[in-house]
Ligand binder design. Structure first.
Ligand SMILES: [Ca+2]
Length: 495
């Protein structure tokens, strides 16, 4: 009885204080995150006319997102990361130029509409991560910023561009792109930010936060800020030095994985040796405190998109698939599912409303991987490298085998390092008739024109054609596909 009372009390306590909804880093491992710039996703009235100036507001809203949750859910995402929501100074369509941290940016909608969006997401088991800035405020007259309207709230001006690379402390109190830099050692600033984030999370029932400009704020502040937030925190350190990034895991739960991003770009965009992936994991597994929660990505709002001035469609598919399949929490930038190729900021922040085609090959490709991830929960399994050379890389997670190449030529490898029992039949998640059988302790993996394969004993199977016949047909069709310039003719040859 005592235990029963205690349990009842605990549940009441949790419900009353709303802690039950708070999501931890470990819980976030089940998520695949879709990154949205609210201003660029969808307008309230469904207006699809193009935006004439990407440097200003284009009209996207919270209601616009809410009306299109079907699009996100069908694509297989179970979390969204939305751009900062607080009121901004002029032209802050991206949200990174706060004017009043207590007000919601009215260009995107009301506070009530933000709550409604988040509730609508929760009804679909889509978690919401909000981008948050504690480093700086927006441009302009400081007396007009709220509540940090006094010179004493800010560090003395020093341009971050003038800070030498080695001076990590210098980065913490410089002005990034000339934005007024908050002094977190000022008691008012510190306490205000800490109580603000706590209230903000609880008021809107936010499941996680993405922290902007991590290296520009002292770590001890982030430690307190994360604790006050009480939800999953993933930070941005815009740098490629793995030990430097990893030093922030602890103060915050997770980091956006820029070293992974650069490895993916090097390998799949530029055709760099796939041994770099093996090297990345060699260093990463020993350096990250917890690699299973880092945020893997291949595109974001600060970098030219993968397809900028580049038509390497198979390479982009491979990089996307790799980021969703490999250990970590995948983050996919809106527009990837429509094959967007915008270059530098703001060119990489295209409106989505002109292209929301659910039949687009990238939409279908991402959907297939996300569904497979959800159905099999392969993210719960360790990632084990099974093969690596300059042009071929494969790993397993549980019983699922993922194979990638940076080459657009015919690639065939015999896989001997695996733990499948003899006679196991593995089929390709992307093409159900593409199956192989484990014989004499090995099986063959063939990749054509840069394709990705996910072999699984749980993929839909077909009895015909037999694997040997498939290989013969693949070889023939490969030559044919080159002559007609198709990316892959596998669907055709299996008919
Ligand atoms: Ca700073």
């Amino acid at each position: 009885m005592k235990q029963h009372l205690l349990l009842t009390f605990s549940i009441s306590f949790i419900l009353f204080f709303g802690i039950a909804g708070a999501k931890t880093a470990q819980e976030w491992k089940s998520r695949v995150v879709y990154q949205i710039i609210t201003d660029r996703f969808s307008r309230t009235n469904g207006d699809t006319t193009p935006c004439t100036d990407l440097g200003k507001y284009c009209g996207g809203t919270f209601k616009g997102i809410q009306s299109n949750l079907d699009y996100i859910e069908e694509l297989g995402f179970n979390a969204i990361w939305i751009s900062p929501v607080v009121a901004n100074t002029d032209n802050g369509y991206h949200g990174y130029w706060a004017q009043d941290i207590y007000k919601i940016n009215e260009n995107f909608g009301t506070a009530e509409e933000l709550k409604e969006l988040i509730q609508a997401c929760h009804e679909r088991d889509i978690w919401v991560m909000v981008d948050v800035i504690a480093n700086h405020m927006g441009y302009g007259d400081k007396s007009q910023l709220y509540p940090f309207n006094d010179e004493s709230h800010y560090n003395t001006f020093r341009d971050c561009a003038e800070v030498p690379d080695w001076d990590s402390q210098g980065f913490e109190n410089c002005w990034l792109h000339g934005l007024p830099d908050l002094n977190q050692n000022n008691p008012f600033v510190r306490e205000t930010l800490l109580s603000w984030i706590k209230d903000f999370i609880q008021t809107y029932e936010i499941d996680g936060i993405r922290l902007d400009a991590l290296k520009h704020v002292p770590k001890d502040f982030w430690q307190e800020f994360s604790k006050a937030a009480g939800v999953f925190t993933i930070g941005e350190v815009f740098a490629y030095d793995l030990p430097y990034l990893a030093s922030y895991q602890g103060p915050v739960d997770s980091l956006l994985n820029f070293p992974f991003y650069s490895t993916m770009r090097y390998t799949f965009q530029n055709g760099g040796s796939m041994s770099s992936i093996e090297q990345y994991y060699g260093g990463a597994s020993a350096t990250w405190k917890d690699m299973s929660v880092v945020g893997n990505f291949v595109n974001n709002h600060d970098n030219a998109r993968f397809l900028c001035n580049n038509n390497n469609v198979p390479g982009f598919k491979a990089a996307l698939a790799f980021s969703i399949a490999s250990v970590g929490i995948p983050t996919v930038y809106y527009g990837d599912e429509q094959g967007y190729g915008g270059c530098g900021d703001p060119g990489n922040r295209e409106p989505l409303w002109t292209n929301m085609d659910r039949n687009h090959e990238f939409y279908q490709f991402i959907k297939t991987i996300n569904q497979f991830r959800k159905q099999t929960e392969f993210f719960k399994h360790e990632q084990i490298q099974r093969y690596a050379d300059n042009n071929f890389y494969a790993f397993t997670r549980g019983q699922h085998f993922f194979a990638f190449t940076n080459s657009h030529d015919f690639q065939k490898r015999t896989i001997t390092y695996h733990n499948y029992p003899e006679g196991t039949r593995l089929c390709n998640v992307f093409h159900s008739k593409d199956c192989v059988e484990v014989k004499n302790g090995e099986f063959e993996a063939v990749l054509i024109n840069g394709e990705v394969k996910i072999f699984s004993p749980y993929a839909p199977q077909s009895d015909e054609p037999q694997p040997e016949k498939v290989w013969k047909k693949i070889k023939n069709s490969w030559a044919e596909s080159l002559s007609i310039g198709k990316l892959s003719s596998f669907t055709r040859i299996s008919t």
